[in-house]
Design a protein around this ligand. Structure first.
Ligand code: NAD
Ligand code: MG
Length: 353
């Protein structure tokens, strides 16, 4: 039996995780939490909001699935890593923001860090036991979102409803907007850097509209391994929760005879500047990734409630990154302070816009 604590149980990832857990007798949901929606009876231990590490202390799980959205997921990530409890991580924002602090906690705790993000689950499998020297480049694929192929001018009047209509993935609102701006791929680039220890110039992003190839790894001998499958988050959720067993899922095997074509393009960094801004923030290091994430969270919320235009999201993030000093955080307190300062700067901008 593997005891699972599911944090963020009411969201898109959380609901799909419950389906996976219910289908596997060897997975037992011992604790569940949400941000605000009541979840009485979902698990023996439940909690709505508050300090979620208290729930984890009581639950003593074998694996924590962190499916919270945003920086709010940080305490859950750090608790699991510090305690050596396996962490199935959907909440990419916590790893992007905490970076080296999270990796140091993992080093002390000694548990597994299993990515649930589909590209990173795929990358982990393609990388396997290869050494960093054998790897030429890691390639993350992006669907391109609902506005692929549009020009900047065409995006000026985009509404939240249009941005919330994703072509290949059905997800929570924040990540759906991040997919439309390519900020999601920017966060994933930084996430991949911390997960796999590869420098930024060896992680590439390509647009692949059908989301069938989730990641590729090119090796120094000229070969490449790719991970393919229909876009369905139940696959990486199940992979992380049943690792290394790779349990069955209801997802259909890939049908190659139906005329599957694989198309790849370079991303349009002028129309979608958040991908380039994330790369820059990642390369600068320190708390720049934390500031990128914080500014993006605030700007996305402002866009969703009509206080910022679509293109204003990237502008706000760029200006915040120009204003923060990016000094590395030596501890959690300094990290939280960096997050708060970036939020404050971005919030001012959203009010002024
Ligand atoms: P969602 O908005 O559907 O759900 C978010 C969950 O987090 C909800 O259960 C909510 O109650 C909980 N939550 C929000 N604020 C909280 C707080 N302060 N404290 C505790 N819980 C809180 O989001 P989602 O689409 O399921 O995404 C969750 C995470 O997974 C995000 O980090 C996202 O980037 C990542 N992810 C999602 C997908 C996907 O397909 N949805 C794919 C890859 C990665
Ligand atoms: Mg992803």
């Amino acid at each position: 039996m593997r005891k699972v604590a599911l944090i963020g149980a009411t969201g898109s990832i959380g609901r799909q995780a419950i389906e996976i857990i219910e289908a596997h007798p060897e997975l037992e949901l011992v604790a569940a939490a949400s941000g605000s929606t009541p979840i009485d009876g979902l698990a023996p231990l439940t909690q709505v909001g508050g300090d979620l590490t208290e729930l984890l202390e009581r639950a003593r799980p074998d694996v924590v699935l962190n499916a919270v959205v945003g920086f709010a997921g940080l305490p859950v990530t750090l608790w699991a890593l510090e305690h050596g409890v396996d962490l199935a991580l959907a909440n990419k924002e916590s790893l992007v923001a905490a970076g080296d602090l999270a990796l140091a906690a993992r080093e002390r705790g000694g548990g597994l860090l299993l990515p649930v993000d589909s590209e990173h689950s795929a990358a982990m499998q393609c990388l396997g036991d290869h050494t960093p020297e054998q790897v030429h480049t890691l390639v993350l694929t992006a669907s391109g979102g609902p506005f692929r192929g549009r020009t900047r001018e065409e995006l000026a009047e985009v509404t939240p409803d249009a941005a919330l209509a994703h072509p290949t993935w059905n997800m929570g609102p924040k990540i759906t907007i991040d997919s439309a701006t390519l900020a999601n791929k920017g966060l994933e680039l930084i996430e991949a850097h911390f997960l796999f220890g590869l420098p930024y110039d060896r992680i590439e992003v390509v647009v692949h509209p059908t989301s069938v190839v989730h990641a590729l790894v090119r090796f120094r001998d000229g070969s490449a391994l790719a991970h393919l499958g229909y876009p369905d988050m139940r696959v990486p959720i199940s992979f992380a929760l049943t690792y290394p067993d790779r349990a069955a899922t209801p997802v259909q095997p890939l049908d190659l005879a139906s005329g599957l074509t694989l198309e790849f393009h370079a991303p349009d960094l002028e129309t979608f500047p958040l991908l380039a801004l994330a790369r820059e923030a990642g390369k600068r290091g320190g708390t720049y990734p934390c500031a990128f994430n914080a500014a993006n969270e605030v700007a996305v919320a402002a866009f969703l409630d009509g206080r910022l235009p679509f293109l204003g999201i990237a502008d706000a993030v760029e200006q915040t990154l120009d204003e923060v000093d990016g000094t590395p955080a030596r501890n959690l307190g300094e990290l939280v302070a960096a997050d708060r300062e970036a939020r404050r700067l971005t919030e001012q901008r959203a009010v002024a816009a």
